[in-house]
Design a binder for this molecule. Structure first.
Ligand code: SF4
Length: 412
């Protein structure tokens, strides 16, 4: 009797759609390779560099892993994350899974973040909530979850899952934007600043699975930066790229940047990049947030004494940014528009090298991740190919307009 052909299982069929979309991205990227410079550097020169910001304080390893997987398939050039070994591990795992789906996918640079001072949010708890919160974060929780798994008592997990919320903030997911501070009517929320141990970061930079570092500055005073830089200088040559994130501090911005560059210059052997952080951690708010960042870019592009290096926009970046950059005449432009004698910085380097998506990139993927039914343990998005495809399409809607990919419909 002739064998009846067995149709492929639906999951594999869906993975095929993911492969088709990501392979088209990969082909589009390979077509742009030129010379022997790293593809990330070529992207910065062309002005189509895209970085995914996981964030300095965002340490939800499961989300970081899934975000890294999706945005690697979408073709980002760099993924930043907290300077923490387990978070770097989550980024690498996501990239490895993406490479197992599309072996030709370009591996993004992995960048660790250091802030002059990081912030997390703490909630003043009463005694009962403090005990509940401790349990939620302790080994007791793991034991109870194991019992729940063995006994299949879903009410137990549901109850336990509520406990962290009773504490008010999931610290590993808080990225310190501060928006909750003014809205708490009981004044129970406070911001706590801390400095990540530079020795730990220095050790991370010596590993071969970290490519870059970004230091976030406040735009005030160079002493703290100097101290931090000196504590990292021994390992700084191990990275390909040193980035500095700058807020707009008005008239003194360029002088401040030049002062920082003077501190860094003797030690930098790779590339350097300035992130213009127009309105930090606000990309998920809307169109208004992006205007401040683009104004910052317009100002910097018009200043001839700005320090050397690539320039990237961050803070307030969302689906409106590329249109806004185009209107300002700065999208992939090598000359500053609107001047009688247009400044040309070289026919092969754009004024603005690219953009960094943060809160908005996490938000659009988060919508898809939340549709995956709750399960025991971490959600691996590749186990849900239809959700992976949806997340990839969301990611492509952000990365595609910068990279100039063909229309989404022709990618799948
Ligand atoms: S609103 Fe911002 S600062 Fe407050 S908990 Fe959420 S991420 Fe953290």
């Amino acid at each position: 009797m002739a064998a009846v052909p067995v149709p492929p299982p639906p999951l594999l069929a869906s993975h095929a759609a993911v492969r088709a979309a990501a392979s088209a991205v990969s082909r589009s990227r390979r077509a742009r390779l030129s010379g022997d410079q790293p593809p990330q550097v070529a992207a910065l020169r062309r002005g189509d560099w895209v970085k995914l910001i996981c964030g300095a304080s965002f340490e939800d390893a499961a989300d970081v892993r899934n975000l890294s997987l999706v945005y690697t398939l979408a073709g980002v050039d760099c993924i930043d994350c907290a300077a923490d070994a387990s978070v770097v591990g989550a980024v690498n795992e996501g990239i490895d899974v993406a490479a197992s789906i599309i072996p030709a996918a370009q591996r993004p640079w992995r960048l660790v973040l250091m802030m002059i001072a990081e912030t997390f949010i703490s909630v003043k708890l009463n005694l009962i909530l403090r005990i509940a919160h401790r349990i939620a974060q302790s080994h007791v929780r793991k034991f109870v979850l194991l019992m729940q798994y063995l006994l299949r008592a879903s009410w137990l997990e549901n109850t336990l899952n509520l406990i962290p919320y009773m504490g008010g903030v999931l610290t590993e997911r808080c990225y310190g934007c501060g928006r909750c501070l003014p809205v708490c009517p009981y004044d129970r929320i406070r911001a706590v600043s801390y400095v990540r141990d530079p020795t730990t970061t220095s050790e991370l930079l010596k590993r071969n699975d970290v490519d870059a570092i970004e230091i976030h500055t406040t735009g005030k005073g160079t002493d703290t930066f100097n101290t931090l830089w000196n504590s990292l200088s021994e390992s700084i040559n191990n990275v390909k790229l040193v980035a500095v994130s700058m807020p707009d501090v008005g008239e003194s911005t360029v002088d401040f940047m030049n002062a920082l560059y003077a501190i860094m210059e003797p030690h930098i052997q790779g590339y350097n990049l300035w992130q213009l952080d127009g309105r930090p951690m606000s990309g998920d708010i809307g169109r208004g947030a992006t205007r401040e960042t683009v104004s910052f870019a317009v100002h910097m592009a018009s200043v001839s004494e700005r320090p050397p290096g690539f320039y990237q926009l961050g803070g307030g970046i969302n689906s409106y940014t590329i249109d806004c950059l185009k209107k300002a005449g700065l999208f992939q432009s090598t000359t500053f528009p609107g001047t009688a004698t247009s400044e040309t910085i070289g026919s092969h380097q754009t004024l603005i090298g690219g953009i960094a998506y943060g809160g908005y990139a996490r938000k659009v993927i988060g919508r898809t991740l939340r549709k995956i039914p709750a399960q025991f343990g971490c959600v691996r998005i590749e186990d849900h190919p239809e959700h992976l495809l949806e997340a990839l399409q969301e990611a492509l809607s952000l990365v595609g307009p910068v990279k100039g990919y063909p229309a989404l419909s022709s990618l799948s």
